[in-house]
Every structure is written in structure tokens, then in C-alpha cells.
Design a protein around this ligand. Structure first.
Ligand SMILES: Cc1cc2nc3c(=O)[nH]c(=O)nc-3n(C[C@H](O)[C@H](O)[C@H](O)COP(=O)(O)OP(=O)(O)OC[C@H]3O[C@@H](n4cnc5c(N)ncnc54)[C@H](O)[C@@H]3O)c2cc1C
Length: 392
């Protein structure tokens, strides 16, 4: 028997096949050439250019999982997973990834999954083409984790809904042309009284109240939006009236999986950068990577990345095959977001003072990673879901 030395590189493994790996290389090339070199500038400007959506659309990246009849590529969520992982791996900017993915993978899927044909033509088609930008509005100043507790209300008056309330922490909230917005459509609200309406920025009474300053994700815009007697035509109702909770839950699975996949890409980048640094940087007459303390830290980083990958790809396989995956997705989200934060912190420690400087992008990775255990459902909420799946 010949024993092959394990180099840590693998042949293509399910759920991915050769076509996905080809896409991976295409995305890597694009991101390394057209995104990574500009990230510092975009972070300082507190936004990336709107034209980036059009460029990503031109290359087909915004429509990977949508059918060709709407301008998409006719692929699956596996193609989208490759895009998200490589955007994080080769791009190194949580903000750019958040801005692009909030549009393509969080705001557009409800329109595709629950919208009428006419609604798809109005928002999905220009969205895939990068001409109209979308955002998803669930969180409010007074309700985040407790989604059923939202108070933005849409009152039916004839064939319009009159919307009053506010949304906060909305990714793309400042630049979005349309907002897929959760509203109460009954006085009681709650699980059986929430609906989704698509609001458009030019509607009278729709106002971007402020662009929020935040710890990380600097190149994405995060907005607070207020609604004052906004008259929304009834034809902008997405799915069934009072059936919005189902839509929220359906969307969360992919959003959380995306965050897990992005974290894997992010960890991979940090490990590669750190290994290269540890080989090059010398102290006490040798590369710092030759100190056992540093080697062990890198080994721990690799362990976190690989356990995260195994859990996430397993959840992705279940999601892709249409099986119940809430438990696995929640686990993947929980583990990966904490792991990314820890790996980023270890990478910073190994980079010493240089890690604390802007130059290497490591301090940005630490700041960006801190959002993971909060956004898309906090760690505590993930544990609540897990506990409930175990009958508690
Ligand atoms: C940069 C950024 C971008 C975002 N983008 C969007 C977006 O595009 N669209 C959108 O709708 N939202 C967005 N969010 C909002 C995000 O989803 C919420 O911040 C998140 O769900 C938590 O809600 P909250 O901030 O109101 O915290 P809260 O719900 O007030 O929670 C505060 C603390 O209490 C804990 N807690 C709450 N309930 C429980 C419980 N039952 N058991 C134990 N602990 C509990 C939480 O875990 C947390 O630690 C974004 C947030 C940020 C920071």
C-alpha cells in the first residue's frame, strides 16, 4: 500500500462538482482584480460604488441561482455558495460582501419565491441586471430578535396600504431602490399578523432618516428608514396577507447559511495571510512560524476553519436537497461566526503590531467579524432554536 502524504489540499468533494470549481476560479480572478485592490479606498469612503452592482450583474454573479427567463444564470444555491465563499476569501471586505449579498441573496429571494409574475418583472429582473438595488427591512428600533414584535403598521385603505413606522440597521438602506418590508397588517401583529410589502424609495413619506456609523463593514451602507403615511398600492403585497412570518423564516435559512459560508472564506483568507507572515517575519533569529507557540495557534485556526467547513457544507447539502435543515443551519451559523472572530483575533496576534495597523487588513477582519454573532439572528437566538429542536 502506498501512503500519500496529506498536503491539506483536497479533490473536489460533494456538494460541489467540477463546474462549481470552475466558477470558483472565475470569481477568484474577478474579485482579486476588481474588488480587492479598491477595498481600502471604499472603506474610507464608507461605500463602494453603485456601479459594482452593474459590473457583477454583467458577469452574471447577481443572478447565479435565478432562472434564465429573469436574466439569471439558471444555476442553484451551490453556485451562489461558491460566489459568497470566494467573495470573502479573495475580497477580504465584510462591507462589500454585505452590500452585494443583501441585495442578491437576501432581498431578491423573497420576490422570486413569493412574488407574482408581475412583481418579478418589476423588481427581480432589474435587480438581477444590477439596475435596481434592494434591501430587506425587518429590524426596527424597538424589535430585533423578537421579529414578531415589530410595530410598523400597514393599514388597508381601499386598494392601498398606508404604512407608518421605521426600520433600522438595514443593509443597503440608504441606496436601496426598493425595500422588501415587514409590516403588521393586523392590530395584534405577531406571527399571524405580519405581511411583506415592497416599498419604493420615491414613494411620498418614505425617508432615509440616517446613514448609521458602525464598528465594521465600513464599505456597506446601513440605514435607518422612516415611513410616514406612505401609500403603497395593494399590488405591492408579497405573498399572502398575514402570511409574512413564513416568508421571514424561509429567508432566514439561506441568510444564515450565507453568513456561515462567508465565514469559511474569511477564515481561509486569514489563515493563508497568517501562514505567509509567520514564514517571513523573523524574531530571535528565526521565522516566528518556527516557534511552537505560533505553530499551535495556526493549527487551532485551521481546526476552527475545517470544523466550520464540515458543519456548513453539511447544512448546505441538506438545504440544497430540500430537507429540513433548521437545526444544521443554526449550528453552522453559531459555530462559524464565533470561529471567524477567534481566528481573526489569532491572526492579529500573530501579526503583532502590524496586525493592528490598517496595512494588512487584519484589524478590519476583526472589526468585520464582530457582526457575525449578532446579525441574521444572534448567538443566543441560534441556541434558543437549537434547544427547541431538542424538545425543550
Ligand atoms: C451591520 C448590521 C446590518 C444589519 N442588516 C440588517 C438588514 O439588512 N435587515 C434587517 O432587517 N436587519 C438587519 N440587521 C439587524 C440584525 O438582524 C439585528 O441587530 C439582530 O437580529 C439583533 O437584534 P437587535 O439588535 O435588536 O438586538 P436585541 O434583539 O435587542 O437583542 C439584544 C441582546 O439580547 C439578546 N436576546 C434577545 N432575545 C433573547 C432571548 N429570547 N434569549 C436570550 N437572549 C436574547 C440578544 O441575543 C442580544 O444579545 C443588521 C444589523 C447590523 C448591526
Amino acid at each position: 500500500m502506498t501512503v500519500v502524504k496529506d498536503s491539506g489540499t483536497r479533490a473536489v468533494l460533494p456538494p460541489f462538482g467540477e463546474e462549481h470549481e470552475e466558477l470558483r476560479e472565475t470569481v477568484q480572478r474577478f474579485v482579486a482584480k476588481e474588488i480587492a485592490p479598491h477595498v481600502d479606498e471604499w472603506e474610507q469612503a464608507r461605500e463602494f460604488p453603485r456601479e459594482l452592482y452593474a459590473r457583477c450583474a454583467e458577469l452574471g454573479f447577481l443572478g447565479l441561482k435565478f432562472p434564465e427567463q429573469y436574466g439569471g444564470q439558471g444555476g442553484t444555491h451551490l453556485h451562489d455558495a461558491i460566489w459568497v465563499e470566494e467573495l470573502a476569501h479573495s475580497g477580504g471586505s465584510g462591507g462589500v460582501a454585505a452590500g452585494l449579498n443583501a441585495h442578491a441573496s437576501i432581498a431578491m429571494p423573497p420576490i422570486f419565491n413569493f412574488g407574482s409574475e408581475e412583481q418579478k418583472q418589476r423588481w427581480l429582473v432589474p435587480g438581477i441586471a444590477g439596475e435596481k438595488i434592494g434591501a430587506l427591512g425587518i429590524t426596527e428600533p424597538g424589535a430585533g430578535s423578537d421579529v414578531a414584535g415589530i410595530s410598523t403598521i400597514a393599514k388597508r385603505v381601499g386598494d392601498t396600504y398606508v404604512v407608518n413606522g421605521a426600520k433600522t440597521f438595514i443593509t443597503n438602506g440608504v441606496r436601496a431602490d426598493f425595500l422588501v418590508c415587514a409590516c403588521k397588517t393586523s392590530e395584534e401583529g405577531g406571527h399571524g399578523g405580519i405581511s411583506f410589502l415592497v416599498l419604493e424609495r420615491e414613494m411620498p413619506g418614505y425617508e432615509v432618516a440616517q446613514k448609521l456609523e458602525k464598528m465594521g463593514w465600513h464599505s456597506s451602507d446601513t440605514g435607518e428608514i422612516s415611513f410616514s403615511d406612505v401609500e403603497v398600492p395593494a399590488e405591492n403585497l408579497l405573498g399572502e396577507e398575514n402570511g409574512g412570518f413564513k416568508l421571514i423564516m424561509a429567508n432566514f435559512a439561506w441568510e444564515r447559511l450565507l453568513m456561515a459560508i462567508g465565514a469559511i472564506g474569511g477564515m481561509q483568507r486569514l489563515i493563508e495571510t497568517t501562514v505567509a507572515y509567520a514564514q517571513e517575519r523573523e524574531a530571535f533569529g528565526r521565522p516566528i512560524g518556527k516557534f511552537q507557540a505560533i505553530r499551535h495557534q495556526v493549527a487551532e485556526m485551521a481546526l476552527k476553519a475545517e470544523t466550520s467547513r464540515a458543519l456548513t457544507y453539511n447544512a448546505l447539502r441538506l438545504f440544497h436537497s430540500g430537507q429540513d435543515c433548521i437545526r444544521d443551519v443554526s449550528m453552522a451559523k453559531l459555530v462559524t461566526q464565533r470561529s471567524l472572530l477567534e481566528v481573526a483575533d489569532q491572526a492579529l496576534q500573530i501579526h503583532g503590531g502590524y496586525g493592528y495597523m490598517r496595512e494588512y487588513g487584519i484589524e478590519r477582519a476583526v472589526r468585520d467579524a464582530r457582526l457575525g454573532p449578532i446579525g441574521g439572528g444572534t448567538d443566543e437566538i441560534m441556541k434558543e432554536i437549537l434547544g427547541k429542536t431538542m424538545g425543550l
